[in-house]
Ligand binder design. Structure first.
Ligand code: F6R
Ligand code: MG
Length: 366
């Protein structure tokens, strides 16, 4: 029998501004998911948040894109939105693009990462939740976990990882996908995924086809056709015995890599790994955060989690991230702190540019 892990997330309102989800919303989600547990739709669940996003981590037997599971998550967000509206929380219901659910959450606003697998004798699974950034923010750490021998010692010294992994990459602009093998096609893979706003790692597989990782790639701003915040992503990664070790899965986050998002979804800034408790993006609405939760998936139940970045060994990364934030903030509205103009297309900047349009003249021979 197979187990499915589904992580569905949405920002449905927060305190103050776009900072932190309200506990009453999480309680409402808990109520709806507890009911789905009783009716047998779910086997287990865990609810967390990263900044203003609520992340529903669910296990079940129904496979990916299952209507009942997705509807459960959507209902939870819809019902919690009512509370958000009553409390006049900021951005109440902002990630829900429709009041009526149809089939699954794809294209409806929430982000989703899912994987179905046959449980091993013991199956460690890590869920990462990010805020104030976009799906491409996972490209660098996921690449390092599954393809960089300087990060993942097992790629070199464990025969069960030595063959490498295959990466499924989405072109989110053209709606196309490609699968590239590592280490064989590593340079081709890097040529794509270095463009984090366009090419996004969606899944990673072992060479025998077993699923190793899944990332949410939903581009909310593109779905909505206008700026509605970035697309704070989630990812699921399997660890140990033939997959990278737990420690190899968290190691890339010891480097506070630059991601786009942060203030108004329009700035580059350093990723900061934190505990669940410290996932409060406050300074300049950031800097971007990542939370990591380590579970054992046992007969479709979630044992755990361990709050993976609640480790003093990441204190230095957090300090570095804060220092980089101070450095790059000094650029104010200048690139490369502010995103390049192509990426500002879905922000409020086009409104400002429109006003200036009639004042532009031809340069002639100037
Ligand atoms: C970034 C984010 C915030 C808001 C900013 C302005 O993802 O959510 O930085 O963009 O606080 O918000 P509004 O336009 O709602 O006042
Ligand atoms: Mg968010």
């Amino acid at each position: 029998m197979k187990t499915t892990v589904s992580v569905i997330k949405a920002d449905i309102g927060s305190v103050s501004g776009h900072c932190v989800s309200h506990p009453a919303l999480m309680e409402k989600c808990d109520e709806v998911l507890a009911n789905a547990l009783e009716t047998g739709i779910l086997e287990d669940y865990y609810i967390t948040r990263c900044g203003d996003d609520i992340d529903l981590i669910m296990t079940h037997r129904n496979g990916e894109l299952n209507e009942e599971v997705h509807k459960t998550a959507y209902d939870a967000f819809i019902q919690a939105t009512e509370i958000a509206r009553d409390l006049k929380l900021y951005g109440a219901g902002q990630d829900l693009l429709s009041d009526t659910f149809s089939g699954n959450v794809k294209g409806m606003g929430p982000g989703c990462a899912e994987m179905e697998f046959k449980e091993r004798r013991s199956d460690p699974v890590i869920v990462y939740c990010m805020d104030k950034t976009e799906p491409g923010a996972f490209n660098l750490p996921i690449f390092k976990i599954f393809a960089d021998p300087f990060n993942t010692a097992g790629l070199v010294i464990d025969p069960s990882l030595h063959d490498g992994f295959s990466f499924e990459v989405f072109d989110v602009m053209e709606h196309k996908k490609v699968v590239l093998d590592c280490p064989e096609e590593m340079y081709d893979l890097l040529a794509l995924i270095g463009s984090t706003g366009r090419y996004v790692i969606k899944r990673v597989f072992k060479k025998n086809g077993e699923i190793a990782a899944a990332v949410s790639t939903d581009k909310l701003n593109m779905l909505a056709g206008e700026y509605v915040g970035k697309d704070d992503p989630v990812a699921i990664v399997r660890a140990q015995s033939g997959f990278p070790a737990n420690g190899e899965c968290v190691e890339p986050f010891a480097f506070p890599h630059m991601v786009s998002g942060w203030m108004r979804g329009s700035h580059n800034g350093p990723m900061m790994p934190t505990s669940q408790e410290e996932a409060n993006p406050i300074r300049f609405d950031g800097p971007p955060r990542v939370v990591g939760l380590g579970f054992q998936v046992t007969d479709a139940k979630l044992v755990g989690p361990v709050d993976l970045f609640d480790d003093p060994a990441f204190d230095e990364t957090r300090r570095q991230s804060a220092n980089i934030a101070t450095y790059i903030r000094r650029h104010g509205p200048f690139e490369p702190h502010r995103l390049p103009s192509e990426e500002m297309e879905y922000t409020s900047l086009p409104g400002v540019m429109e006003k200036l349009e009639p004042r532009f003249e031809d340069m002639d021979d100037d």
